[in-house]
Structure formats: C-alpha cells, structure tokens
Design a protein around this ligand. Structure first.
Ligand code: PLP
Length: 419
C-alpha cells in the first residue's frame, strides 16, 4: 500500500491532518539552515514554541508578586500541580486521583518501592526485564540491598529466548508460576527502551497478582507514545519521565501513578513531607501528619514551577490533539518507516522491534550487522540524529507530533546509501 518515492512521502504529509503541529516546534537546523532529521524524541523531545511563553509567565509573576505568586499568579503556584493532573491522567489512561507530576523518574520509582516493595524473608525477589534500563536496574538492586538481600538471590531477569530479542509473556508467566511465592514485585518497562517492544500491561498485572506480587511499570518510553490505559490495566503503580515523548525539557519532572485501589490505604508505608500532608491544614504547620488520598499522597516537596510550566505547555498540546489521533498518525508513520527499511536490498539490516503495531510505539530499533559506531557518525554528519546502542543497533523514533513522512523517507535514503 505504501510507495517508495519522495512524491508519495510528500503526498502523505499533505494528507496528514496533524502536519500543522511541526510548525509549533523548534526543529534544530544545520549551519545551512536545513532541518535536522530528528529521530531522538525517545531521548529528548523537541521544544514546543509555546513553552517559552508558559515559563515566561511564571518569571513575570515571580517578578511581579514575589511570594504572593503562590496565590496571585495567573496560574497560582500553590496548587500548580493540579493544573497538570487531568491532562496527564488522560495521556496515560488514568483517573485524576491516580496521577501526579513530581520529582524525577528514578526518584519516583524509589518512593513507590518504599510503599510497594515490602519484602519478607520468604517473599522478597524482584523481576525485571534483562534489558531493563540501567537506572531501573540500579534502583531495584539498591532496594534489595537496602532491605538486606543480595542481588544474585533477589533479582530475577525475564530474558528473551536464545537467539531472540523480544520478550515472551509466557516466559514471565512461567517465572511467576515457579517462583511466585518468593517474588514480591514485578517492575517492568512498559515499552522497552532498547527493542521498542510494548508489553501487555494487563496480562503482566494478572500474572503478578495471581501470585500476590505487586506490579509496577516504568513508562518512560510509553507516556506520550502509546496509550497504556493504566487504570484498566490494573497495575499497582507506574512512573515516567516527561522529557522524552512528552517534550517538557531536559531533566524535567516526572509522572507517578498509583492505582485507585490503593488511594485510601493510609497504612501503606511511605515517606512524608509537607506536600503529601492534607492540603487543608498544610500551613497550620503543627498538625500531626495526615496523608492525602491518591497519587498526591506520594509528593514530598513543593515543585519547581519553571519545569512544571514546561510540562503544562506540553500537556496542553497533547490535550488539544488527543492520543487517539496521535496514535493513528504514529502507526502510519512508523509503518511507512518500516516499509521503507524493508525495501533496502540488503541482509545486513533487520528491525528487532515487533512488526505488530499493537506491540510497539513509534520507535524502531534497527540492527545493522557488521556495523560499528562510524555508521552512527556518518548518519549524524548527514543531519540524522539517532541513538546508537552497542554493539550494532540504531534506535529511531519518528514522533507523530513533529516528524514528517518526508523525514522518514529522507532518512532511509541516506541509510540506504551508507550500508
Ligand atoms: C529515560 C529513562 C530513565 C531515566 O531516569 P531519570 O530518573 O529520569 O534520569 C529511567 N528508566 C527508563 C526506562 C528510561 O527510559
């Protein structure tokens, strides 16, 4: 159905009802003024033009009101996180009660494990994917150690089978069936950062819960990319950053989800600060700690407003467009990308990401046999920004908000000439 010509790519861009969005982003350019072919929205999303205005508003209110900006600002700082909640909840398919924006991703994973990783001498193991993002692996390892367990005993890896790259849900099922009595927690990347595989969150939750294991999801590569339907999936908790697909700026704050079923459980162990204390009495200052219900009950501090403003700018865009239309374009764009790569006449190139659009987001991980980092270097010299993972994988994410069908076409033409 697709065609391997520039004219056809131009045609697809013309038919794309979201093509206007590209104009709303700053697209980096080379010294001759040509747009980079930017495929690393999975690492750092591009800057929406409106972000500056949102941050400027907070700088202006700070200049104008000082501390009174907490109440007098156009978007008062005191309840600022509440302005983000509904829209963030929509992006991940959650109820507003279940979502809050706070801290950074790895910090949130730790705070969530304080509550949801409650090991006993018998039930203490944690399952992660063998290709888990390093930060998640370190976080989990340090939690095991913190509770007095060693890694070798405590960490179980869900691995692809010999000669395969993708994970099979049956293999997780088997691990949990066999060792479930010793497993306290499954902490899984909902969309794997390396292969781009989107796992069935609902199945993972069912598998874990059947053996009384807690189930947490890292959605760093999912939020703003796929529609994870977190509430319906039934997972206990999740966390994600906002600087990847959510275009909120380097090191920006993260999202946190705690399923409604835990919303009123005041007995859950957790760390406390003034921001998870009942907001009605927060400023009386001498009250005994009274935890807030829902995801807000995991906050500690008043948040950095400048970063929150960037998230607000981005979420407003997501809300205006909606995940349904974004996903529709994304499937088509990535499908076109896949088609073009398959047209390259070589056995050196293989896509390791699942071919089923329901099992992936926008990213394709492309393995180039016998390649080394010089290929990545050459791509970069041609204005193609991708992510290289040793030994031989290029990760490319055509992002439906700002990448075009022509981007994808041009990228593959250059890749073809290089291999
Ligand atoms: C990007 C990413 C991180 C980064 O963690 P920070 O705490 O934001 O630095 C962690 N885990 C996964 C799966 C990621 O993709």
């Amino acid at each position: 159905m697709y065609k391997n010509t520039l004219d056809y790519a131009i045609q697809l861009d013309k038919e794309d009802k979201l093509s206007y969005l590209r104009e709303e982003f700053h697209i980096p350019k080379d010294k001759n003024g040509n747009d980079w072919l930017y495929f690393t929205g999975n690492s750092l999303g591009l800057q929406p033009k409106r972000t500056q205005q949102y941050i400027q508003q907070e700088l202006d209110d700070w200049a104008k009101y000082g501390v009174e900006g907490h109440f007098e600002g156009k978007t008062p700082w005191l309840p600022y996180h509440e302005f983000l909640t509904d829209k963030m909840a929509k992006v991940v398919g959650a109820k507003p009660l279940e979502v809050v924006v706070m801290n950074t991703l790895t910090t949130n994973l730790h705070l969530l494990m304080v509550s949801f990783y409650q090991p006993t001498q018998k039930k203490f193991k944690i399952v992660i994917e063998s290709d888990a993002f390093p930060s998640d692996r370190y976080a989990v390892g340090s939690q095991l150690k913190f509770h007095g367990f060693n890694l070798e005993e405590g960490l179980i890896e869900w691995k692809p089978r010999e000669g395969e790259e993708l994970l099979r849900i049956e293999d997780l099922e088997k691990i949990v069936e066999e060792q479930g009595d010793e497993i306290a927690l499954l902490l899984i990347g909902g969309v794997n950062y390396y292969t781009g595989q989107y796992l069935d969150l609902k199945r993972i939750a069912e598998i874990g819960h059947a053996k009384n294991c807690m189930v947490g999801i890292d959605l760093a590569h999912g939020a703003g990319n796929i529609s994870p339907e977190l509430h319906d999936s039934g997972v206990d908790f999740a966390a994600w950053c906002t600087y990847k697909y959510l275009n909120s700026g380097p090191g920006s704050l993260a999202g946190l989800f705690v399923h409604e079923k835990h919303a009123d459980n005041k007995k859950l162990p957790r760390f406390a600060g003034w921001w998870n204390h009942n907001k009605e009495t927060r400023f009386n200052m001498r009250q005994p700690f009274d935890v807030m219900a829902g995801a807000e009950g995991w906050q500690l501090s008043n948040p950095p407003i400048l970063s929150m403003a960037a998230i607000r700018a981005s979420l407003d865009m997501f809300d205006e467009v909606g995940m349904i239309d974004l996903r529709e374009k994304s499937e088509k764009l990535t499908g076109y990308f896949e088609y073009l790569i398959q047209q390259i006449n070589t056995d050196r190139i293989r896509i390791i990401t699942p071919s089923n659009p329901k099992e992936r987001g926008c990213q394709l991980s492309i393995q180039v046999k016998n390649a080394d980092k010089s290929l990545h270097q050459k791509l970069t010299e041609n204005n193609i920004i991708t992510d290289w993972r040793e030994p031989d994988v290029i990760r490319c994410a055509p992002v439906p908000m700002y990448n075009s069908f022509q981007d994808v076409f041009k990228m593959v033409e250059i890749l073809k000439s290089l291999v």
